[in-house]
Design a protein. Structure first.
Length: 255
């Protein structure tokens, strides 16, 4: 009985994706507000909004997320130094890289400037038009791109309050804060900016390591690492030898 129920749920979850359809009730979400550590003081900036979504929708987006993540990971399609959204990624890698850079600065007496950035309401800032372009440049099937964008377009939101549910309002842009697909969509959306920063020749921190590869012939192997910026979700670190280089990277990110 349980196995039959699981298979039935799987078929129901997969069918909308297979036929490229998004049910209307999938676009209805309920906003639940959680307090941040600081006092509320009737300021909406002091709450963290989480979207409660349909269970079948979350099952479908989980399947889509796992399929897309596997393909992106196997083919190394995301080139920006972002360490979230894909399987087996966590904060250990960017922390290790940053620690290695700091040690390199201390050992070689280099100059290093670091700026940290936390994007406010990152998911709300995602333009559906830009998301569509980001997905298309990864050569995803048009039907899949349309399905994902349709999932976030014309959404209706009702807030949960102490007095019941509010009237529905239409969301103009952004992706849902409680959707399993959203972290991956943010990673794809943000990847183009990180690539743009990496393509700059001047604004970056260079770290080079030489070690012997052939003692008899006095040959050395060199490994050079150039990092202008790296991120975990919406937290970004800009790195450069000079203040002007840091400012140039920030100017690009602000455009």
């Amino acid at each position: 009985m349980v196995e039959y129920a699981i298979k039935t749920k799987h078929r129901i979850s997969c069918r909308p994706v297979r036929v490229g359809m998004v049910p209307d009730y999938w676009k209805q979400s309920y906003l639940c507000s959680f307090p941040k550590p600081n006092q509320f003081e009737y300021d909406l900036n002091n709450i963290r909004p989480i979207m409660l979504l349909d269970t079948i929708r979350k099952s479908a987006t989980k399947l889509v997320t796992e399929r897309i993540s596997a393909i992106l990971s196997q083919n190394h399609m995301l080139k920006g130094h972002n360490f979230c959204g894909l399987k087996n990624e966590d904060t250990s890698t960017p922390l290790t890289i940053l620690n290695s850079i700091i040690e390199n600065v201390k050992e070689q007496g280099k100059e290093l400037h670091v700026v940290t950035q936390d994007i406010k309401k990152a998911y709300n800032s995602v333009s559906i038009i830009s998301l569509r372009l980001s997905l298309a440049q990864l050569s995803m099937p048009i039907s899949l791109v349309d399905w994902i964008c349709n999932l976030y377009e014309d959404r209706s939101i009702r807030a949960i309050t102490a007095f019941g549910l509010t009237n529905s309002v239409k969301a103009r842009d952004g992706i849902d804060q409680g959707d399993l697909l959203s972290p991956l969509m943010w990673r794809i959306f943000y990847d183009l900016l990180l690539i743009r920063l990496q393509d700059r020749v001047t604004s970056r921190y260079n770290m080079k390591i030489d070690w012997p590869s052939d003692i008899r012939h006095n040959k050395q192997y060199s490994l050079e690492l150039k990092i202008p910026a790296m991120a975990y979700m919406d937290d970004t670190i800009y790195l450069d030898h000079t203040v002007d280089g840091i400012q140039a990277s920030i100017d690009i990110a602000s455009e």
